[in-house]
Design a protein around this ligand. Structure first.
Ligand SMILES: Cc1cc2nc3c(=O)[nH]c(=O)nc-3n(C[C@H](O)[C@H](O)[C@H](O)COP(=O)(O)OP(=O)(O)OC[C@H]3O[C@@H](n4cnc5c(N)ncnc54)[C@H](O)[C@@H]3O)c2cc1C
Length: 292
């Protein structure tokens, strides 16, 4: 029995994924599942494990390239309320893994809680952002994480404390299938002060990204003490392009996809840039973009 037969209300087969990614490219998923409760999600994971169906979690699709061929298995989106809630007790805020990072930041600022506001403008879900440890030189999301509640392969809900987790530049060791929710420890501050920092961070971040109308993704992690963008510029790859994909004029560590771009174009560009940077600067860039 397929997933559609077992979970007909929440499963679509041969479902296009492109609309759910920032690049708006890529092939369909064999199954797209949008569970309504944690129990339902658990039942789906159990069925997938029993039937050997690969499972992938889709957040906001901001750090993701979906390849052009159909994706085998189940892609899960957490869009129902049990996965997007926000609540706070004193300085602790808990956010559902499927909620938007922007909503979490706005919630914290409204309640006079500082610590997340410099991440404003980074797009993604809470789960995707913690898994990818988003941030920049002004700080990383991991600095405010207190606990992460995950769903394990065995279908158990488990809490992982901050001291059990390892975060590094744009990555974490969170490898359980699902981040259900995250608890953050923030600082009580006058809302006006938090808001002021948020506005400043917004202006700085927007100036360093592709234009807002462009579909673009970040490509590489910054090597220690250097930036990927500077290395790409030094390797004279600033204007690199392939098919419909080209590096952003505003920041060479972003690829911008013009209409008609394929995932193959993006991957070709990534490999070309990586090879030339290695040849010309001696540095091996590590891809940050997740590829399915
Ligand atoms: C224009 C632009 C600017 C950006 N600027 C920054 C920046 O300044 N700093 C920075 O750090 N990043 C930046 N990013 C990268 C991106 O915004 C982050 O990595 C983002 O948080 C990814 O979250 P997402 O929900 O979109 O995850 P997705 O892209 O959907 O997924 C990324 C990975 O997380 C996994 N995942 C998603 N949700 C869950 C879940 N609930 N449980 C388990 N796994 C999950 C996916 O399976 C996938 O492996 C930028 C991206 C763009 C497009």
């Amino acid at each position: 029995m397929s997933l559609v037969d077992q979970f007909p209300d929440i499963t679509k087969s041969n479902a296009p994924l492109a609309p759910f990614t920032h690049l708006k490219i890529g092939g369909p998923a064999e199954f797209l599942v949008q569970p309504r409760t944690v129990d339902e999600l658990n039942a789906v994971l159990t069925a997938c494990q029993r039937d050997n169906v690969p499972v992938r979690m889709l957040g906001g699709g901001f750090n993701l390239l979906v390849q052009d061929d159909p994706i085998r298995g189940a892609v899960i989106r957490l869009v129902a309320e049990p996965f997007t809630f926000l609540k706070h007790v004193s300085t602790r805020v808990t956010a559902g893994g499927g909620g938007q990072l922007f909503d979490l930041i706005a919630f914290a600022v409204r309640h006079g809680l500082g610590g997340l506001e410099t991440l404003v403008g980074i797009r993604g879900t809470v789960g995707g952002s913690v898994r990818c440890n988003v941030g920049d030189r002004s700080g990383e999301i991991s600095q405010t994480v207190r606990t992460v509640t995950v769903l394990t392969d065995a279908g158990r809900v488990q809490e992982r404390g901050r001291d059990e987790l390892t975060f590094s530049e744009h990555q974490s060791d969170l490898d359980e299938p699902v981040i259900l929710s995250v608890e953050f420890e923030l600082d009580a501050e006058p809302p006006a002060a938090v808001l002021k920092r948020m506005r400043k961070a917004w202006i700085q971040r927007k100036a360093a990204e592709p234009l807002s109308g462009q579909a673009g993704v970040r490509l590489f992690r910054n090597p220690p003490g250097q930036t990927a963008a500077t290395l790409i510029d030094r390797a004279q790859m600033t204007k690199a392009k392939f098919g419909g994909a080209e590096l952003s004029e505003r920041n060479s560590n972003y690829a911008v996809a013009h209409p008609g771009t394929t995932a193959r174009d993006i991957l070709h560009l990534v490999e070309d840039v990586r090879t030339k940077v290695k040849e010309r600067t001696g540095v091996s860039l590590e891809r940050e973009l997740h590829v399915w």
